[in-house]
Design a protein around this ligand. Sequence first.
Ligand code: HC1
Ligand code: SF4
Length: 604
Amino acid sequence: EVKIIINGEKFRVSSKLNLLEACRKVGFDIAALCYHPALGPVGTCKCCVVDVKSEGSTNYKRACACATEVWNGMDIRTDSPQVREQLMSAIADLRKKQKNRSLIMKIAGNYDKRGDLSLERYIKKGESRLQSSKYQISEKVFDDETDSMLDLLIDRVSNRFIDQTNLAIQVDHTKCIDCTRCVNVCSNLQGMNVYSTISTSVYVDSLMPSLNTKGEFLSETMCISCGQCSLYCPSGAITEIDHTEKLEVIMKTKKKLVIVGIAPSSRLSLAEIFKLTPGSLTTGQCAHLLRLLGFNRVFDVQFTADLTIMEEGTELLHRINDPNSILPMFTSCCPGWINLVEKQYQNIIPHLSSCRSPQQMFGSIIKNYYAKKINIDPKDIFCVTVMPCTAKKKELLREQFRNPETGLRDVDLCLTVREVGRMVAKRGIEFSELEDREFDNPLGFSTGAAQLFAGSGGVMEAAVRSAYWLKFGEDFPALQYNAVRGLKGIKEAVLDFDGRQLRLAVVSGGKNIHKFLETWGTSSFNYDFIEIMACPGGCIGGGGQPRSNLDIVPIRLKSVYQREQKMTSRSSHDNPYVKKLYQDWLKKPYGEKAMMYLHTTYAP
Ligand code: HC1
Ligand code: SF4
């Protein structure tokens, strides 16, 4: 611990914190754009500027708090005239960089549909620190000449600069402030290296996007659409492709029955957008909310997570029992992972479980089973999911998920948790006041096993519970399988399965996946069943989750485990509606009908 003085007040803080974290910890909430607690200091935005002096010294020096250590006797001023001037000039520089008039207008107070951009929040904070009106700043930075040049720039290059080729995330290069968070995340967390070195020379005659000096569109890169970059981007330059307007049009025309299913981890994080305690599990409130938003049926993707386990557990047993089948088997529910395999690890394709993801099983059940059950033409159904994921937007577009006879897609549209947050804000719904409601049935009931899907290791644990039951006809001892729990990037376990030692592995986060697969193809890679999720921590750390300035994933995971323990049924094979679905329609797991509607193939 060290003793420091901030604005004349004395504090004790841990010597391990950087100055920015130390100030925040004791209540001085300093704005910072390039710094993120999970990524560390960068020092490019200069918004966290403070005055610093050592004990006994007479002169304060300007410093970026994120890149400054704390030391004993340190004296800090966060709000001196010099700091304000420096901050003002940092904000002006960022605005100049963005060269985007619409964003400048937003910063000046005209919020548009992307009201959750953290840049706006931060700039506002920065401005209150400055105690100057927002408008003065933009007046100071942009004169008429600059404005018309900006118009020209945006007109001429907007097609080039807003890259939507990826179909899941978009990059609006005009909003980039060169914070380098995306470069850091994509390379160091995900190991994908999509964004190359930053060029700040975006100007009228340069068509070079600042985030990619090679000038490639995202679709031409190795991008797997995981959306991690969109989770950390502070300026709104990288976001999911917004589908809320499209959905609103469909809802307004009232020509279709609009059905929604919510993913296991979405109910964990939605509360954060509305400033409820992080990690609050709001299943009942989500069901209520989705009805208020205008969905005609509100179902749970956890139902098809249970169904996935019945299929995947049975597939695993088949692969284990058949000496000619291919092992190890990899899970297939994470579309970021599937993208990675198809782009970079094609020889893993035969090892992927053929099970569709719960999102795609959901759409298939809705259009092929539920539609008949309620006697409605599937073309009159519009099927939506609420996901913590950006890659799911692209998954639903795969040709394999279009009915070959009708040409209809199983899932029509996927919203991220952030998009739902924007819809709620637009409608003025008071989320925290909502009472709990139940999901509709039959796709509304789920077990603890399905809730576990939200975190890394959850699919494995759920699959082990049911594979054990399928094999031995009794429950997995104590149900809970600690060996695959927690947030370690690579987890391994050995399970005694009737004398056979099943070697299991659970991996999450792109960089860990690359590391784990280093020995792929060698004799030391001798696993039987492997769960892989592209985002660190699994879906709770998904690229479509709310942005947070906390180390939020462990908080969300704890909440998953707590809720799971309280659920009445905890194994997928105990879901009575899943059982009924097999009785009524599918007949048996991994059977002919199940193969047709619940399984898939991969490219190439
Ligand atoms: Fe996931 Fe899944 S768990 S992939 O993380 O298998 O996105 O939450 O919905 O489909 O169920 C995501 C989460 C999600 C699917 C399920
Ligand atoms: Fe990299 Fe994922 Fe962003 Fe693609 S979506 S650029 S892989 S972080």
